[in-house]
Design a protein around this ligand. Structure first.
Ligand SMILES: Nc1ncnc2c1ncn2[C@@H]1O[C@H](COP(=O)(O)OP(=O)(O)OP(=O)(O)O)[C@@H](O)[C@H]1O
Ligand SMILES: [Mg+2]
Length: 298
């Protein structure tokens, strides 16, 4: 299979890009695919929190020419295989490239490197090179990219790596006009070169389990039995319907409509939901996404 690269992007912040990118990457790896996950939200990196990992070398060092790719990519595969329920299941590799959350490093990315005219071309070249090197060296089926929201310099650069852009929209604070404008103006420059873009609606409607609504900050996850009971009591909603209407308004195909679950919202380790609680409806939704035809190829 040729490598597919998928970037999660949004117009506004806090739409679920990082949660979805980390979960999708973990899900694909658990299904036997080789995956690299890149934190290209250089303005506000957060994957290190999700994976509880603080490397010595970061993507920033790679992009500024101070480190090699092999020094930056962290092999997280054993975490995936440990968490998969069936120990006999063949899982894939998961490599993660982290972005440095230190203030000075963010500042450097923001104001320093990449801002001069010549630097810009050099940077784009570097980006394309990184993508090619990942494909060559890591034999990966997927490159999943987390990006910064909006149209800032690095958000756009990160999109240049993608074959598919998943525009993540959070239900509730929709900005249809802004989103549509971004989808047409910005994405067109990528789709002209063959990239596809899809609408991904997140946190549609809301499910709150009685226990977690009592003390959401204390209630992280349910045990399996409790989870099964909870799932069977969830109301059936029309999130696909809502998604269809929005996709028409925004003018993009809908790839998924993920409901809002308050146990995920208040959990600190949501990136492992797909592995730790494969029965959770969020995990089921991600599984559907991971297995969808649009994810595999176009
Ligand atoms: N389907 C969901 N149900 C409930 N909570 C969710 C869901 N998806 C994401 N969240 C929660 O929403 C919050 C924002 O998610 P996340 O950090 O992934 O967004 P983001 O788009 O990466 O934000 P930013 O633009 O700041 O990088 C997190 O607390 C996350 O747990
Ligand atoms: Mg994020």
């Amino acid at each position: 299979m040729t490598t597919r690269s998928i970037a999660f992007h949004s117009y506004k912040g806090g739409t679920g890009k990082t949660t979805l990118a980390a979960n999708l990457a973990a899900k694909l790896a658990s299904e036997g695919y080789n995956v690299t996950l890149l934190d290209l939200d250089v303005y506000a990196p957060s994957l290190q929190v999700y994976f509880d990992y603080y490397p010595e070398t970061w993507l920033n060092d790679l992009l500024s020419g101070n480190a090699k790719l092999s020094e930056v990519m962290v092999d997280i595969s054993s975490t995936v295989s440990k968490l998969v329920a069936d120990p006999g299941k063949k899982t894939g590799k998961l490599w993660v490239g982290f972005s440095n959350p230190q203030k000075e490093e963010i500042y450097k990315m923001e104001g320093g490197i990449g801002k001069q005219k010549n630097d810009k071309i050099e940077f784009l070249r570097k980006f394309i090179q990184v993508r090619e090197e990942i494909i060559d060296r890591y034999d990966c089926d997927y490159i999943i990219v987390d990006t910064s929201p909006g149209v800032r310099y690095w958000s756009i650069n990160a999109l240049a790596l993608a074959d598919a852009i998943f525009l993540t929209l959070k239900f509730g604070d929709l900005d249809i006009e802004g989103t549509r404008k971004m989808a047409t103006d910005l994405y067109n420059s990528f789709t002209r070169f063959g990239a596809k873009s899809y609408l991904l609606l997140n946190r549609v409607a809301g499910y709150c389990v009685p226990e977690s609504s009592q003390a959401p900050h204390l209630h992280i996850h349910h045990d399996k039995q409790e989870m099964t009971r909870m799932i069977s009591s969830l109301p059936v909603t029309d999130e696909q319907e809502i998604g269809k209407t929005l996709s028409e308004q925004v003018g993009m195909d809908l790839i998924s409509a993920v409901p809002c679950y308050c146990d995920i919202q208040f959990s600190r380790k949501e990136f492992l939901t797909v592995l730790e609680h494969p029965e959770h409806p969020f995990a089921k939704q991600l599984e559907k996404l991971a297995m969808s035809q649009q994810i595999k190829s176009d």
